[in-house]
Design a protein around this ligand. Sequence first.
Ligand SMILES: CC(C)(COP(=O)(O)OP(=O)(O)OC[C@H]1O[C@@H](n2cnc3c(N)ncnc32)[C@H](O)[C@@H]1OP(=O)(O)O)[C@@H](O)C(=O)NCCC(=O)NCCS
Length: 405
Amino acid sequence: MIGLAIEAATEHVEILVRGAQGETLAAEVEEVGHGHTRRLTPLVALALARARVRPAELGWVAADLGPGSFTGVRVGLATAEALALASGAAVLGASSLAALALASGASGALVVPLVPAGRRDVYAGFFRADRRGTVSLLAAPRVGTTAEILAAVAEALPLLGRAAVRFVGPGAAREQALLEAAHPGSTTPGVRFGGLSADDLAHAARSGLGPRAGLPGTAEGMRPMYVRPAQAEERVRHRVTAADPVTLRPMAPTDLPAIAQVEREVFSDPWPESFFLGEITRPHVHAFVAESGGALAGYSVAWLAAGTGHLGNLAVLPGHRRRGIARRLLTHLMADATAQGCEGIALEVRVSNFAAQGLYRAHGFRLAGLRRGYYRDTGEDALVMAWHATSGSGLGDAVPDSTET
Ligand SMILES: CC(C)(COP(=O)(O)OP(=O)(O)OC[C@H]1O[C@@H](n2cnc3c(N)ncnc32)[C@H](O)[C@@H]1OP(=O)(O)O)[C@@H](O)C(=O)NCCC(=O)NCCS
């Protein structure tokens, strides 16, 4: 199948037209600065003309899903979708970070692709490459200064035993001096650390490796990955949150049919109703529901016993997300754990569950272990994250609790 790849996540834009045998039919490269909106469509038209390919001949169109330039990612994906809609081609995508990690050639290493994020920040991905060079997602991407990313690397490295760290991508080229000072040899030749390329993007997007390699699953469609939300979006969200009071109360047997329904919609390995029923009456179980406007909005189940806590389940209904409901449930659990003298709380989370990792991190949970192939439904790895009550972090930013118990 003939295809076209649009790499527009940085100011360095590449358009590639790939033939049915994998050969390059045309490649257009341009430093567009902030001109993605103006330059992308003409570059696509030029590449197709040079390749002598009509849009109707395209079998796939691939776009970089980010993170990177907000405009570049949005315009790149919109252009790919418009082209696919008009031509009947399939839309494919890969994050800039996964494309870099898969192309790194690293083995036996923590692979950290870096993409400039404006100001002095970088976006960072966290992948592991085994001894044979197979690359798997390790943890959610982060954005921050190089010093903050180096702290995140220090947190992730112990999960991989004695692995070395390899920084790749255009952010690694920009921050090479600091990275080398912290980890000598981490950007040396042998492991590429150049720019993002349409070739890497096409390779990752067509690999079919899916979420285990940090790529989109087939069913979920191509969504941009921004990592850092836009300021305008934040303002709207905070207004909505303020207007949407939430109350917490203990979970009751009458809640369970609705909760079981949510479980089936939200999780690929849902807990059955009978399991909830068995748990909520036990003495050491902390099981709460969050209600908004009198309706179920979320719930959590944890065990607090023998001086330690384990969070087993936490979910917020899709229509209620990003309004602080999980924060309410989690800070309430942390306060309860502290009151009961627990040393801390641990949990398992899928490596691909970036929302949950973001939530736990924002409340002081840190990486504490890796369980390979933990989830039986997909074989995905689990990260163990843990919060220590004595560290004091996490509860300080808690929203005042108006829990009804
Ligand atoms: C993970 C989940 C529980 C978060 O619920 P939520 O109510 O939307 O989260 P909140 O609004 O309370 O978010 C609190 C903080 O968590 C982090 N967070 C939440 N969703 C996030 C996302 N999609 N991406 C990055 N960070 C996120 C942010 O730091 C957020 O603070 P902010 O909104 O001020 O930026 C929800 O997405 C969900 O139910 N997912 C499916 C079930 C699941 O994965 N459960 C966890 C199993 S381990």
